[in-house]
Ligand binder design. Structure first.
Ligand SMILES: Cc1cc2nc3c(=O)[nH]c(=O)nc-3n(C[C@H](O)[C@H](O)[C@H](O)COP(=O)(O)O)c2cc1C
Length: 445
């Protein structure tokens, strides 16, 4: 069969757009309403999506609260693994991905939780491995600031290594449940982990059987060199954040090109380009929908978003004068892709602060148009080496997802670019990823 796209979406409950919650179509208390999460997951499942995804950062902001009150991202949300567990019981096929930071957790807990989700969902779990990108999270876990970028990634690398070893502590057929012999498990099929590294010491075994997918699917979304290095070695799905198709192709080629050094085939990693999409019956309607929301962004929010992502305080700058270049920090410590985009707009386009925040879309440019035009853009990315699929970032929920499922998915299906029904039951089946063999069973072959 011809290669087909993989589709996922990020479940910002009132919409990913900073003014989404102000739109009358969104449900204001959806962030803690599991029914709203389940509704979105079922809708995506009707659209045959590969995965439903919940982003996370383990902190609510505690400063500039007036600005954050106007843009409440991550200020009120269900903890992803808990929410995904409930969603698992209310869906059948769709993959369930969630973020968990390696900077503030221990491998044993995370390996155990995601193995549990994989069992509960019968093989649909995925873990987005992030190192976190704000000091608010660090301050909840005994650090004054986020540890340096390189240290976070070194810890993340060792973290994934330990988690994978823990997921292999039991061979697939270890739990024999043999009443005749009186053995619940085969003692020869446990392989305890003895890890003694710079960040973690683990001397023991996971107390849960190897999960349906062997191990959960590993997702990564870093754009930095260290992020790409970690992804090339360990990730099976990567969320891209390229600003346009050329940057998308460069990212795709770069990342897939790094995999050979780790002995990995390029199709064992699927790159899903982060893609804000606005669908309309006409181009004008799609543009108007977008403009309506952009105009609803409050100046405090505009300043706050830019200050966060440029990692410098812009709150005192006048709105209608160009942003001075000498304010730009030398390097970014948080989100490199977002930082680079703002720097480019300041240097090249010489925008005023107001123009900058009205134009700024956090690392991407929204694709707006009719279902045919949106499908054209996706097809272009997919067929010219810029993506294996897409991670939709949607302005409003559930409206924007309904537009994708009702209008864009059928158009992709008509073109033979997307499945018309699920052919497997696990997330690995949907993504076309092999189930990894247990390293100890392999050694014994
Ligand atoms: C689609 C998408 C989803 C992401 N989800 C999260 C998230 O849930 N939590 C988080 O801390 N970072 C998230 N990120 C950010 C990245 O994982 C990464 O932390 C960030 O790009 C900084 O890493 P870098 O310095 O390697 O670029 C996401 C990025 C993308 C493109």
């Amino acid at each position: 069969m011809a290669r087909q796209m993989h589709l996922s979406f990020s479940a910002h409950l009132t919409g990913a757009h900073p003014a989404g919650w102000l739109h009358p179509s969104t449900q204001l208390d959806a962030d803690t309403d599991i029914g709203a999460y389940i509704g979105l997951a079922r809708l995506a499942e009707q659209g045959c999506f590969d995965m439903f995804f919940i982003a996370d950062t383990p902190a609510a902001r505690t400063t500039n609260l007036t600005a954050w009150a106007r843009y409440p991202m991550f200020m009120n949300a269900l903890e992803p693994l808990t929410a995904l567990t409930a969603i698992a019981g209310a869906t059948k096929y769709i993959g369930l991905g969630g973020t968990c930071s390696t900077s503030f957790t221990e491998p044993y807990n995370v390996a155990r939780q995601f193995a549990s989700l994989d069992h509960i969902s019968r093989g649909r779990a995925a873990w987005n491995v992030v190192t976190s990108a704000n000091d608010f999270a660090a301050q909840n876990f005994g650090h004054a600031k986020l540890p340096p970028h390189a240290d976070r990634y070194a810890r993340a690398r060792e973290f994934v290594e330990v988690a994978k070893a823990l997921w292999d502590t039991w061979e697939d057929d270890a739990f024999i449940h043999d009443r005749a012999q009186g053995l619940f498990f085969d003692p020869g099929k446990q392989h305890a982990v003895h890890h003694d590294g710079p960040h973690f010491k683990v001397d023991g075994a996971l107390n849960i059987a190897r999960s349906p997918q062997g191990r959960p699917v590993i997702i990564q979304a870093g754009a930095s060199d260290a992020g790409k290095a970690l992804a090339a070695e360990t990730a099976e799905v990567v969320f891209g954040s390229a600003i346009d198709i050329e940057a998308g192709r460069a990212f795709y080629g770069d990342l897939k090109g790094r995999m050979a050094a780790f002995g990995r085939a390029t199709d064992s990693l699927k790159i899903l380009a982060g893609m804000p999409v606005v669908v309309g019956e006409s181009q004008q309607e799609a543009d108007d929908k977008h403009a309506e929301l952009q105009a609803m962004v409050h100046p405090d929010v505009g300043r706050q978003r830019l200050s966060t992502d440029l990692e410098v305080d812009l709150t005192q700058l006048p709105l209608d004068e160009p942003v001075p270049e000498d304010l730009i920090p030398k390097t970014s410590n948080f989100h490199k892709a977002y930082f680079d985009e703002i720097v480019r707009m300041i240097r090249v386009e010489k925008l005023t602060l107001r123009q900058l925040y009205t134009r700024y879309e956090r690392g991407t440019r929204s694709v707006r148009g009719t279902p045919q035009r949106v499908a054209d853009v996706l097809e272009d990315w997919f067929s010219t080496g810029a993506a294996d699929g897409f991670m939709f970032i949607l302005h409003l929920q559930p409206k924007s997802l309904e537009d994708i499922v009702r209008y864009v998915v059928p158009e992709l299906q008509r073109r033979g670019l997307f499945r018309t029904g699920y052919t497997g039951t696990t997330l690995r089946d949907h993504l076309g990823l092999a189930r990894p063999a247990n390293r100890h069973a392999k050694a014994a072959e």
